[in-house]
Design a binder for this molecule. Structure first.
Ligand code: PBG
Length: 320
């Protein structure tokens, strides 16, 4: 005789809603957006159906729409017209990203948290996240000096949050120190456990990346779990206000570990390849698009993310 029947709580939509352990809210989502210098029309990104490289005008409009949909934040990525070995465009007060930050802040003010990617890969002609030494390796400490300068420029433009995605050792400390004088209230979001992932593939198209080779000397090895706790601990000690795990769906164990130990908010980045896989399967009629999107986001939050960067942010916000 069955007295214990877990199915009782699943019997009706109302009971399921009442007993759900995980909830998504629009404020838990940040929309990553791309702006490309010199565009006159938005340019679709083939491997990310529905996502575009914006002109500065369409970026402003889309940012307002995302804000109206209720997303918690917007993360900006800039694609410059010209690149060089030092990533000079990233520290240009008149550069594409800096101007986009100022434009979007001007448009949405404090209604949404305006975030900027702080990394050099969009601005270097070799496509690496930092500057190179004579042997062609990414020079960690020389890169920190450039990040510090980029942090000041982006903060001057009005960014509320800086997303440190370069995976250089000591980047959080270097940026925190650079911000201390005039921008001590700017939030540092550390991509603390960022793995060298194949799932960033479509992003390369989104930012017209020049990278040949890979980022395995600075991004983490997907095989490593314990090391994520080490990275997170260092970033928090250096002054990170928020830590991120990236990618998301393949790294839910990491997310759960970090959520269990972090003393600061834990975010996850549902990356371009995660987006592309669902869109491609849905376009073929192989998967229920909306259910797959919702399930993936609920899973990421269930594993421990307080907030998720996702290219579906604005759309999902309107569903909730
Ligand atoms: C690097 C950066 C990358 C992504 C965000 N920031 C690419 C990389 O590290 O290779 C990927 C995001 C995505 O795939 O959606 N600044």
């Amino acid at each position: 005789m069955n007295i214990i029947r877990p199915r009782r709580l699943r019997a009706t939509p109302a009971l399921r809603r009442l007993t759900a352990e995980t909830h998504l809210r629009p404020s838990m989502l940040t929309l990553p957006m791309f702006v490309r210098e010199g565009l006159t029309e938005p340019a679709p990104i083939g491997s990310m159906p529905g996502v575009v490289q914006h002109t500065s005008a369409t970026l402003r409009k889309a940012a307002v729409e995302a804000a109206e949909a209720g997303v918690g934040g917007i993360m900006l990525f800039g694609v410059p017209e010209r690149r060089d070995s030092c990533g000079t465009g990233g520290v240009d007060p008149d550069g594409v990203l800096t101007r986009a930050v100022a434009d979007v802040v001007c448009e949405v003010g404090d209604a949404v948290v305006v975030q900027a990617d702080l990394c050099l890969d969009e601005f270097t002609d070799h496509g690496h996240c930092g500057v190179l030494d004579d042997s062609g390796q990414v020079d960690n400490d020389a890169t920190l000096a450039v990040y510090a300068q980029m942090a000041r420029v982006l903060a001057d433009a009005g960014a509320h949050v800086l997303g440190l995605s370069g995976m250089m050792d000591g980047q959080v400390g270097a940026v925190r120190e650079a911000l201390e004088r005039n921008h001590s209230d700017v939030v540092v979001l550390a991509y603390a456990a960022k793995y060298a992932s194949a799932y960033y593939g479509p992003f390369r198209e989104a930012v017209d990346s020049c990278l040949t080779g890979d980022r395995r000397t600075y991004q983490m090895d997907p095989a490593n779990r314990r090391e994520a706790i080490r990275e997170v601990g260092l970033d928090i000690a250096e002054g990170a206000d928020i830590v991120m795990v990236k990618p998301a769906l393949g790294y839910l164990d990491i997310l759960a570990d970090v959520a269990a130990t972090s003393t600061v908010p834990v975010w996850a980045y549902q990356v371009s390849g995660e987006y592309a896989m669902v869109e491609a399967a849905a376009a073929n009629g192989w998967i229920d698009r909306r259910r797959a999107i919702e399930e993936s986001l609920v899973s990421i939050v269930r594993a421990g993310a307080d907030h998720v960067l996702t290219y579906w942010a604005a759309e999902v916000a309107t569903w909730l």
